[in-house]
Design a protein around this ligand. Sequence first.
Ligand SMILES: Cc1cc2nc3c(=O)[nH]c(=O)nc-3n(C[C@H](O)[C@H](O)[C@H](O)COP(=O)(O)OP(=O)(O)OC[C@H]3O[C@@H](n4cnc5c(N)ncnc54)[C@H](O)[C@@H]3O)c2cc1C
Length: 387
Amino acid sequence: MKADIIIVGGGIVGSSIAYHLSQLAGAGTVLVLERDHTYTHAATPLANGGIRRLFSLPENIQMADFGLSFYQRFSEDMRVEGHSADIGFRRQGYLFLSDNGGAAQMEENFRMQESMGVPATLLSPTELSRRFPSVKTTGVDLAVLSDQDGWIDPHAALMGFRRKAIASGVTYKEAEVIRLEKAGNALRRAHGKDGATFEADVFINASGAWCAELAQTVDLKLPVEPMSRESYFFRCGEAVEPLPFIKTETDLAFRPEGQGYVGGVPDWSEKPGWNFSVAPERFNSVVWPALAERIPAMQSLKLERSWRGHYARSVLDYSPILGPCRGVLDNFFLANGFSGHGIMHAPAVGRGLAEYVVEGACQTLDLDCFGYRRILENRPYREKGII
Ligand SMILES: Cc1cc2nc3c(=O)[nH]c(=O)nc-3n(C[C@H](O)[C@H](O)[C@H](O)COP(=O)(O)OP(=O)(O)OC[C@H]3O[C@@H](n4cnc5c(N)ncnc54)[C@H](O)[C@@H]3O)c2cc1C
């Protein structure tokens, strides 16, 4: 098969790039090679879907802001043959709690967010308990609330992008790429597991936490590794006021979902690599106590389900790697290493990558700070505070 542009990986990032390419004049034909159309192990359907502008790096704030506006219009913009694309967009806010000595950093980040027009508010412990009476403020020095942020259903968003991309002329093929092939400074072909070959002028690596394996087949080193994360769905037996998505410096992260909540506490002792086996006993020993300490009503909770997905963790600085590999492999473009931010950043990344490919540079947002050059030069560009 031949196409002008091949995207390896049809998760939310690959599908957003495909959609945005399909909207740009002059992009040419686009082929998405996705190994599993059920997306069983992809990060996207296993994510919590949070979208927040509570970052320290201005480019992360801009990307999330772009994502928020994009997802607000998503249902209508991704309409295909009269069917809208409902993604359960909910603007119920994001609340960061400083409970581990990071209040000064939180305030510095808040100033940056404020200067960029994010309608966030700093809350003292007293203001916090007035606003959210169920949240115990013991140990909390400061909080920041961004009440226009929120969350979506990430699987529905992936499907929305995908359907619209296909309706706009993009081809999706179920194929696993086992190897890329280069000649000189350029990629020539992708080789499928079943022996098929795919040729293109441009290749985009959107293969999620598998991206380093794919890049390695053409000797390109990508410092990205899979990090397993266990998530839980639980219900609370007592009435609690509507909560925002809550994240603390001590790593508790959860949000309301239907009649219950989703979230967890990452296990930093987990070794990089693939691990899909759930260990719900950790919920009882770590996650439940952390929840009950912060929200005493959660003492009455009931765990209903747990699952594991993988962050694509960028080892250098936890920031994504975006754009062309100029001077190394000129027609190879990267959209990798999103850690826990790929859902909120997918619209901006899709737009940015489409512009890099078709127009030679990012026009809508300046994403050059996340380029591959910083990897070659070992120049970390890192978030500060809660990531
Ligand atoms: C528990 C958890 C919670 C999260 N919560 C949030 C959140 O609240 N907000 C947020 O913004 N982000 C969150 N994330 C992160 C987010 O899920 C990811 O950043 C995002 O889904 C990455 O999308 P992707 O398309 O790059 O990767 P994926 O969704 O993993 O898609 C990659 C695709 O590439 C395919 N593929 C891989 N290799 C090949 C190959 N060789 N050939 C063909 N196909 C291939 C795979 O089958 C897969 O479908 C969370 C992640 C996890 C694990």
